[in-house]
Write a protein that binds this ligand. Structure first.
Ligand code: ZN
Length: 113
């Protein structure tokens, strides 16, 4: 499953940043175009993190809507629920993705020592 490998990456990133401190909450930003289901990700995280140093750390998923910029009319528009990369202003298909491909650990909360 896609989400499982992502959880593995999250664990790697957080382990490096936490440097042995206890983590209570992890905030991740996931772009809409990543095709990741937040609920599935949270569920996978609970499995991946169990009995590791991150056991009990809560994963908070922040979804970033996909936005595209049209090279023809220069309009920046938000992509709907079905991520079609077509300009909604002029129906042009010469577009570049402005946002929606994010995958990053934005912040994390550490336990008080
Ligand atoms: Zn356009």
């Amino acid at each position: 499953m896609h989400e499982l490998s992502i959880c593995g990456s999250i664990a790697d990133i957080v382990a490096r940043r936490a440097a042995g401190r206890r983590v209570t909450k992890i905030h991740v930003q996931i772009g809409q175009l990543r095709q990741i289901v937040p609920d599935t990700l949270v569920y996978c995280w609970s499995m991946v993190s169990a009995e590791t140093q991150f056991d009990g750390a809560e994963l908070v998923v922040d979804r970033v809507p996909a936005r595209i910029r049209c090279r023809d009319c220069e309009e920046t528009t938000e992509v709907g629920d079905i991520p079609l990369l077509v300009c909604t202003a002029c129906n042009g298909i010469s577009v570049s993705v402005v946002s929606g491909e994010e995958f990053m650990v934005t912040s994390m909360d550490l336990a008080e020592v």
